[in-house]
Every structure is written in structure tokens, then in C-alpha cells.
Design a binder for this molecule. Structure first.
Ligand code: NAD
Length: 429
């Protein structure tokens, strides 16, 4: 099939590439001309495992191309996906201006039937607004359908998630569009769930809020573990072995961050408020999440007394492992807080440093993970990169002034660290 994706970021680019990989002909559109030029030149502007190889392969096969012209995109694709940002506004509600703008742009160039698919995470009833907008701005009386197809990929494993999804949710109010969408996803051999438009939109916000809730829940339990001497790893394993609960998202740490959970949670709270329901449970999830960083800093201060003039090495800036994405990263927050309190910080991240240098020039970077340890009074592990686990920790200990580790992601083994001679602190154990 001929498909178009408007918005070639983490979601749009990976989705478009995976559609091409299963045999569709895909046009990726972006209004960032620089990004399109890079992509046309074979430069991938984001890091996502496995993505570069797939982009190259499908460009060579003629199944994947890039353009900054929405006109070309709408002409080329019988299905047009919208994958543009839906950032938070100051009051927590969603800024839908990117989606609205794309809807208007599509309307202006629409000349024959198209399925317009919203893949961006949007409040319930946005699809209805998109349809209304297209109808208003379209110059002809052309037929079209608006569908919701929320995306559940995780950055860091986006290609694998897209190629092997747990389920595909398609919210469509008519059979014609639903049938076309089934054809789009048929090559993925995954369960397809057809719902009405509003339900599909709600599934995404309800899912992300539930996952955030799981994280805050285990972080609250971690606080009880710390107070009682229990071990959060053992508690989470014991809980997670119950199929009704599941082990995933029961990892205690510094709390959730990233470009999705914080904004989707506050959006869902606002949407609920607007619909007349006070979702106080989710407000508490947010509070616990914010508290998690404060509790960790408090723990650090209780050991180090003051940060001022202390050399602290930080491993990790990305909001999670396997990605270069630093948007709303708790690792960035902790670095900023230590700098504010006078620490002499050095940070390292395998993929996040380029973006950090642009967005947070005040955060000092080093190009070798061992450099953060040189003469350091302490090391903070702020992102769960597998490669941090594999560092030569004995070498690190020798480089440090005092062998002190604060592991905010429970990445390292407490027993092993103690055997190596470290004073080691983590979360809930
Ligand atoms: P992103 O910022 O990485 O990418 C968005 C892209 O859209 C950018 O390249 C931007 O230049 C482009 N864009 C903006 N306005 C445009 C326009 N008018 N025309 C063409 N292109 C335009 O964002 P993302 O992380 O891919 O997220 C996109 C949406 O998907 C958001 O609603 C997000 O909540 C949702 N989502 C994200 C993830 C994730 O893990 N990143 C997962 C699921 C859902």
C-alpha cells in the first residue's frame, strides 16, 4: 500500500520505516527541512537500535522516501498518518496546535478519498475535531475518514516493538476505513482491535497513566522497604510472579520521565477534570513521582553532607537506556540540581550527550565513562544503560577519591559493589 507519515520524529520515522520493511511504499513528511535533508542524505537524526540499517535498506529498495511537502505526501499516500508533537501546556493540558495545523494542511491539498490516521497521543474527542477541521478547510466535497491508531512503542526498543506489537488499536467509526487499516497492519500478524474513535484515543491515555501508576506504586513500596530493611527487588519479584500483576514496570528508581509519561499523565488528569471527574489517584501518582527525586537527593545529602565543591560523576543523561532522548529526563533534573547546589559535576551518556550539549550547555560532559570517576567524591547512576553495568568497576574505584556510589536505577548488584569496596546506595534495598 502507499502510506504517508506526517511528522518524522521518534514515532513517525520508526513507524514509516517499519511499514516500508513489511512491504508498503512510504513517504515520510516533516516540516523541518533540515531534518528532511539529513534523512535524504542518509543521516538518521535520532538514535534507535536497528533503525539506521532498516532506513538504508528500504530507501535503497525504493520503499521509503522523505519530503518536506505535505502536498506530495497527501498525493502519494492512500492513508495519511499524523505523528506530530502534542506537548504539554503550562496548565497540563495538551497543545493540539501541531495536530490542528496538519489537519488544515491536509484539507487544503485533499483531492480524493484518504484515511487520515491520528497516531499522535491526543485527548479523547480529538479525532472528531480533526474531521471537523478537515471538512471546514477542504475546498472540495471530497470524502475522507478520520481514524485513531495510538502508538505504544517504547523508545530504545521502538523497531522491535513496532515489528512485534502486543496489539494494534484502530479506532474507526466506519467499516471502509477500518478495512483499509486492517490491510495496512495485516503483514504484522498481530492482534488487531477495532474500537470506536473515542475509545481508541482513551486507550492510549489510560494505558500510559496505568504504567506510570505502576512505577509510582513500586517507588512508594521502595520507600517502605528502605524504612523496614526489606529488599524492593525481592518484593517486586514476588509481586510480579503473580500473572494478575506482572513483573514489568515494577522497577524502583528515580521515577518516570521522558517525553510521554509526565505529559500524558497530566493531560489525562486535565481531560478527566474537563469531563467532570476528579482523577485524584493520578494526582497522587504525579506527587509520588516528583517526591522520588527529592528522596534520592536527600539520601545523597545525608551521606555526603554538602555537594558544594564535591566532584560528582554522573553516568546517564537520557531518560532511559538505549535512547538519545533527553526530553523531561530525570537524569537531567538530578544533574541540574547538583550543579545548583555547587557540585563540580562531570557527566557521560553513550548516546544522549549531543542533544544535552545543545539543550543544557551548563551540564559538563566527558567523552569517556571512566573520566567521570577521576578524583570523584561520588558517582551517580542516573540512567539504566546496560553498558554501565559492564564497566570495569574496580578501575573506577581506583580512579575515585572516595568510593561512593548512588545508584538511582538499581542497575548494579549491591553485594558485588560492596565486595569491590564501594560504599553503595540504591533505591529500596
Ligand atoms: P518528535 O518531536 O520526535 O517528532 C515529531 C516530528 O513532527 C518532528 O520531526 C517535527 O519536526 C514534526 N512536525 C511538527 N509539526 C509538523 C508539521 N506541521 N508538519 C510536518 N511535520 C511536523 O515527537 P515523537 O516523540 O515522535 O511524538 C509524536 C507523537 O507521538 C506525540 O503525540 C507523542 O506523545 C506520541 N508518542 C510518542 C512516543 C515516544 O516514545 N516518543 C510513543 C508513543 C506515542
Amino acid at each position: 500500500m502507499k502510506l504517508t507519515i506526517v511528522g518524522s520524529g521518534y514515532v513517525g520515522l520508526v513507524t514509516g520505516t517499519c511499514f516500508a520493511e513489511v512491504g508498503h511504499y512510504v513517504t515520510c513528511v516533516d516540516n523541518d527541512e533540515n531534518k528532511i535533508k539529513q534523512l535524504q542524505a542518509g543521516i538518521i537524526p535520532i538514535y534507535e537500535p536497528g533503525l539506521e540499517t532498516l532506513v538504508r535498506k528500504n530507501v535503497e529498495l525504493g520503499r521509503l522516501k522523505f519530503t518536506s511537502s505535505i502536498d506530495e505526501g497527501v498525493k502519494n499516500g492512500e492513508v495519511v498518518f499524523i505523528a506530530v508533537p502534542t506537548p504539554p501546556q503550562a496548565d497540563g493540558s495538551v497543545d493540539l496546535s501541531f495536530v490542528e495545523k496538519v489537519a488544515r494542511s491536509i484539507a487544503e491539498v485533499l483531492t480524493e478519498y484518504r484515511v487520515i490516521v491520528d497516531k499522535s497521543t491526543v485527548p479523547v474527542k480529538t479525532g472528531e475535531k480533526v474531521a471537523e477541521t478537515i471538512r471546514r478547510y477542504c475546498k472540495t466535497n471530497v470524502d475522507f475518514d478520520v481514524v485513531s491508531n495510538p502508538e505504544f512503542l517504547r523508545e530504545g526498543s521502538a523497531v522491535a516493538d513496532l515489528m512485534n506489537p502486543d496489539r494494534i488499536v484502530i479506532g474507526a467509526n466506519g467499516d471502509r476505513a477500518a478495512a483499509i487499516m486492517k490491510d495496512v497492519y495485516e503483514p504484522f500478524h498481530a492482534p488487531i482491535m477495532i474500537t470506536d474513535l473515542n475509545s481508541a484515543e482513551l486507550i492510549k491515555h489510560a494505558s500510559n497513566s496505568f504504567l506510570a501508576l505502576k512505577i509510582s506504586y513500586i517507588n512508594a513500596v521502595a520507600a517502605i522497604c528502605e524504612a523496614s530493611g526489606a529488599d524492593i527487588g525481592m518484593v517486586a519479584d514476588g509481586m510480579g510472579a503473580d500473572k494478575r500483576i506482572g513483573r514489568e514496570f515494577l522497577n524502583a528508581g528515580l521515577g518516570y520521565g521522558g517525553s510521554c509519561f509526565p505529559k500524558d499523565l497530566s493531560a489525562f488528569i486535565r481531560i478527566s477534570d474537563d469531563l467532570g471527574y476528579d482523577f485524584s489517584l493520578l494526582k497522587e501518582v504525579e506527587r509520588i513521582n516528583g517526591d522520588q527525586l527529592e528522596r534520592f537527593l536527600k539520601k545523597m545529602r545525608s551521606v555526603m553532607w554538602v555537594f558544594r565543591e564535591k566532584k560528582i560523576g554522573q553516568l546517564g543523561l537520557a531518560f532511559k537506556g538505549n535512547t538519545d532522548d533527553i526530553r523531561s529526563s530525570v537524569a537531567i533534573n538530578i544533574a541540574q540540581r547538583m550543579i545548583e547546589e555547587g557540585a563540580l559535576l562531570k557527566t557521560y551518556d553513550p548516546k544522549g550527550m549531543e542533544k544535552c550539549a545543545v539543550a543544557y550547555p551548563q551540564i559538563p560532559l566527558v567523552s569517556d565513562p571512566y573520566d567521570v570517576a577521576v578524583e570523584a567524591d561520588a558517582i551517580v547512576v542516573a540512567t539504566e544503560w546496560k553498558e554501565f553495568k559492564e564497566l570495569d568497576w574496580l578501575k573506577i574505584k581506583k580512579l575515585m577519591r572516595t568510593p561512593l556510589i548512588f545508584d538511582g536505577r538499581n542497575l548494579l548488584e549491591p553485594g558485588e559493589m560492596k565486595n569491590l569496596g564501594f560504599e553503595y546506595y540504591s533505591v529500596g534495598r
